[in-house]
Design a binder for this molecule. Structure first.
Ligand code: NAP
Length: 482
């Protein structure tokens, strides 16, 4: 079986060829756990992107015209290639991103599940025959691939964020031009290597590394790119929505979050603490669906905090490749400084550090898992995404108060609540302004469900049947004179 070096491609993949940047320039890629440079990738820009869009556009008619079952077979081969190489791809992911190996291998497996899901969904991309209002007419609604798709993804899930975009695009016959994050390019380039391995047609999959502005700018300039799908910060997402207006591209935006995690007095205490641990600390707190604000009702507050602190203290921090490590480093120095600033802001406004509270003895970008009690709505993390292992606990009295505080943000991605009251669960579903709500669960991402936010957390859905819809155009045919 291939090792991780086999899949570490130090070149961009354009029109079926592995290429360097025209300028010959490269970018270093660093292992955040050790600070060592692992390798380089090409610093591509406008010209290489134009070439990739040309290749994708050239591939479009043939790829979209391929029989459905041939496209489905290719997806199954891609799924199998990912699963056969899960260990190597997981190790590569850990080396460039830092997350524990078990999480990294899990991410590859989830990516493969998306491929499988969309191979199945492609067979159900049905249209409709709609009753016409007048006699002698028939109305047909049909579905078609949207065209070349530009994709831009972040570093926190460098493989699965691409899976949710590449799989439905390929399922519908849409060629792909993708740009993974500069901090973690190898997991993105590995998708191109896998596509090459299983025989995707030339030009149907292109992956570029380099300047985000230049690559995204060229994608935006090209009319042939009919859809842009982005996962990343709300700030960049807004800029891309503005840029896409010039050629009226369809956009999908998976943007930032600020998830409330609400624990009511009637919750199962152990389950709530377990849920908070997984939701808060997975990926060192660097997920868009991480619990950002933990609201706990006064009757259960002290017992919850005691258990949360105990479990937080027990966490093993270290290089993700070491046995038993459950929290790796943060992605870079800026991420550490951001957590420090939020911590300082909270303590200056009356918050107390219950455990952790600073950089880890391991040095580098390792940070102690930290619990803050006495959190209040005027603290910066009530409005900002933390993106680090800092768990702020707020106390509340009534359901009304919890819902109001939870909704007091421009974000609307994930939310969580622990309660045994079924009526309350329904009230929360109706009143929480979030695209996703976990009731008695801290881990809700799954291929079968539409992942995505409301408000400034985004547009469009990934996964579920909705995830395929985003890569289609809908046409209608009116046949008269029947
Ligand atoms: P980011 O700074 O927005 O970067 C994301 C991607 O956009 C990277 O590939 C980046 O390239 C590129 N980019 C940066 N500036 C750009 C520009 N001006 N034009 C075009 N592309 C540009 O976000 P991040 O720090 O990597 O990721 C963390 C954010 O992603 C968080 O806010 C998190 O909540 C969000 N996220 C959301 C979801 C979701 O599903 N809703 C999932 C995961 C993460 P470079 O790497 O080259 O800078």
């Amino acid at each position: 079986m291939a090792d991780w070096q086999t899949w570490m491609k130090e070149a961009a993949y354009v029109g079926g060829e592995w290429i360097g940047a025209n300028s010959g320039e490269t970018i270093d890629v660093t292992n955040p756990a050790t600070g060592e440079i692992i390798g380089t990738v090409p610093s591509c820009g406008t010209d290489e992107t134009m070439r990739a869009v040309d290749a994708a556009q050239e591939a479009f008619a043939g790829f979209a015209g391929m029989s459905l079952m041939d496209r489905v077979d290719l997806l199954w081969k891609l799924h199998d290639a990912l699963m056969d190489n899960k260990d190597a791809l997981g190790e590569l992911l850990t080396i460039e991103m830092g997350k524990p190996l078990a999480e990294a291998k899990g991410e590859i497996a989830i990516g493969a599940q998306y491929v499988r899901w969309f191979a199945e969904e492609a067979r159900r991309a049905k249209g409709e025959i709609v009753p016409a209002g007048v006699n002698g007419r028939r109305i047909l609604v049909t579905k078609h691939p949207i065209g070349v798709v530009g994709m831009i993804t972040p570093w926190n899930f460098p493989s699965s964020m691409l899976a949710r975009k590449i799989a439905p695009a390929l399922a519908m016959g849409c060629p792909v031009v993708a740009k993974p994050a500069t901090a973690t390019p190898y997991s993105g380039l590995a998708w191109a290597a896998m596509a090459e391995e299983v025989g995707y047609p030339t030009g149907s999959v292109n992956v570029l590394t380099g300047s985000a502005r230049k690559i995204a700018g060229a994608m935006m300039d090209r009319f042939e790119v009919r859809k842009i799908t982005f996962t990343g910060s709300t700030e960049v997402g807004k800029e891309l929505i503005r840029q896409s207006a010039d050629s009226v591209k369809k956009v999908s935006m998976e943007l930032g979050g600020n998830a409330p995690f609400i624990v009511f007095d009637d919750a199962d205490l152990d389950a709530a603490v377990e849920g908070a641990m997984v939701s808060k600390y997975r990926n060192s707190g660097q997920t868009c669906v991480c619990a950002n604000r933990i609201y706990v009702q006064s009757g259960i507050h002290d017992a919850f905090v005691e258990k949360l602190v105990q479990k937080t203290r027990d966490m093993k921090v270290g290089d993700g490749r070491e046995d038993g490590v459950v929290q790796g480093p943060l992605i870079d120095k800026d991420a550490v400084e951001k957590v420090e600033e939020l911590l300082e802001d909270a303590t200056s406004k009356g918050g107390s550090v219950a455990c952790g509270g600073g950089r880890h003895d391991l040095g580098g970008t390792f940070f102690e898992p930290t619990v803050i009690t006495g959190a209040t709505q005027d603290m910066a993390f009530a409005q900002e995404e933390i993106f680090g292992p800092l768990a702020p606990v707020f106390k509340f009295e009534t359901e009304e108060e919890a819902i109001d505080m939870a909704n007091d943000t421009v974000f609307g991605l994930a939310s969580y609540a622990y309660t045994k009251d079924l009526g309350r669960a329904f009230r929360l579903n109706e009143r929480l302004q979030y695209g996703m709500i976990g009731i008695n669960s801290g881990l809700i991402t799954t291929v079968e469900a539409p992942f995505g936010g409301v408000k400034e957390s985004g547009l469009g859905k990934e996964g579920g049947s909705q995830g395929l819809e985003d890569y289609m155009e809908t046409k209608y045919v009116c046949i008269d004179g029947i």
